[in-house]
Design a protein. Structure first.
Length: 321
């Protein structure tokens, strides 16, 4: 059966978005580092791409569990739900985590051959153990999502989030547990938001124009408002810990980390505006389901935010002046 023109346009748009999302971490390090005087660590582009894939793979199952929970507790909602993407996403996350673990196993350098990888050495360092925890977490989550009780993937996914939060703040950092706590909340809320919205929109498409669809979108929008507040608060606190108030304006333009962080802030402002637009349509439009249009645009911008976040984790942390 030939694909409708609208379907072809959506498919092309998705492919372009994926290509753009991949280009951000691959091409982002050099422009971000240009003129800053900071060194470009080997393999920054590849590491940023792997982290982008890992964050996206984490968001899909976490958000899906969240959206399914919202749909199943909605009174009068149709029983049908879209096909799960969790098994595929967890498998992709496993591959990305394996790639990042191989980098850790070579002393945080990109391996040139399999002989460079010291697998046994992963058990001897903190970063190595955390990398292995993420690999095993995604593998266990993939197996759980393919089982008869996919909700059990919550435990291994939680382990991945905790490992990533601890990895982002080494023991040599100032108050590492505080930083890990902020990252834990930030990453959890971001995964719920970025992964939940696509599944909600897929559910609305499956249900068609039923009253429960608008109710589901409205329920998600209310929770998303809380998630946005938590993401903003933890993001600001994390930034101030790495860029003190007296130097933040200068570092936003003079350091690679600051420049990418500024790009992320601009994208988040766009996401917030689209979320507000969708909420206004839900409350005031004659047909609340017209809120799906800004919500779809919100998904696209959120994908770019994930790509920028992956790049941000691979760049040198600014110096505390």
């Amino acid at each position: 059966m030939p694909q409708a023109p609208g379907g072809r346009r959506r498919a092309v748009a998705v492919l372009l978005l994926v290509a753009l999302g991949a280009l951000i971490p691959l091409l982002g390090p050099s422009p971000a580092l240009h003129g800053t005087g900071e060194a470009d660590p080997p393999g920054t582009g590849g590491i940023a791409l792997l982290r982008t894939v890992l964050f996206a793979a984490l968001a899909v199952p976490v958000g899906e569990l969240f959206a399914v929970r919202l749909a199943r507790t909605l009174p009068g909602a149709p029983p049908a739900l879209p096909r799960s993407w969790s098994t595929v996403a967890n498998s992709v996350g496993f591959v990305a985590a394996l790639g990042l673990a191989s980098v850790v196993a070579t002393g945080n350098l990109v391996p040139s051959s399999p002989t460079d990888i010291d697998v046994g050495g992963l058990y001897e360092t903190r970063d190595g153990k955390l990398a292995l925890l993420e690999v095993n977490g995604f593998l266990a989550a993939a197996l759980c999502s393919a089982s008869r009780r996919p909700v059990t993937q919550v435990l291994p996914l939680t382990a991945v989030v905790v490992a990533e939060a601890l990895r982002a703040h080494p023991a040599t950092e100032y108050s590492p547990l505080v930083g890990s706590g902020l990252t834990l909340v930030h990453l959890t809320c971001a995964s719920l938001w970025a992964g939940g919205l696509p599944h909600v929109l897929r559910t609305l498409r499956l249900w068609g124009r039923v009253e429960a669809g608008a109710a589901l979108l409205g329920r998600y929008a209310r929770v998303a408002l809380v998630l946005l507040a938590a993401i903003t608060a933890t993001g600001v606190c994390s930034s101030l810990r790495r860029m003190p108030p007296g130097t933040i304006l200068e570092q936003l333009t003079d350091t690679a980390y600051g420049r990418v962080l500024l790009a992320k802030v601009v994208l988040m402002a766009g996401v917030s505006a689209l979320a507000l637009w969708a909420r206004v349509r839900l409350a005031r439009a004659a047909d609340p389901l017209t809120a799906r249009s800004p919500a779809r645009a919100e998904v696209c911008v959120l994908a770019l935010v994930v790509a920028v976040s992956g790049l941000l984790t691979a760049l040198p942390v600014p110096i505390r002046w």
